[in-house]
Design a protein around this ligand. Structure first.
Ligand SMILES: [Zn+2]
Length: 122
């Protein structure tokens, strides 16, 4: 008999096998968490997923994480933002050099006076 228990993806704990119903084993949700309202389960699961993200994200994980930073659930959003910033940092290099239009103050070229040719030669 295994002693390792079984991972619950909602509360994020390893729990004894008896804490899982047959169906719970398959869905990785313990008996306690099964009773939770669906939105709580979903949120907990999302938070656990955020906690357990690997350092190097696949493209899919990265876009999933990025979407979570827009999540309507404040806790999810905050944790996602934290995880995202940890990996990708603050983007200083997004500064834009768009104020360089002020360089049209060319000096007006003085018009050359036409030289009066005093023809003194006689
Ligand atoms: Zn659980």
């Amino acid at each position: 008999m295994k002693k390792h228990g079984h991972y619950c993806k909602v509360c994020g704990r390893y729990r004894a096998n008896e804490k899982f119903s047959g169906k719970g084993h398959a869905s990785h949700i313990c008996k306690d968490c099964t009773k939770l309202p669906p939105e709580v389960k979903a949120e907990q699961e999302t938070l656990n997923r955020l906690f357990n993200l690997p350092w190097h994200l696949s493209k899919a994980q990265k876009s999933w994480l990025k979407n979570r930073t827009q999540d309507r659930r404040p806790e999810v959003k905050a944790l996602a933002q934290e995880q995202y910033d940890m990996r990708f940092g603050h983007r200083h290099q997004d500064m834009q050099l768009d104020d360089f239009d002020d360089f049209d103050d060319f000096d007006d070229l003085d018009e050359f006076d036409e030289l009066d040719e005093d023809d003194e030669m006689e």
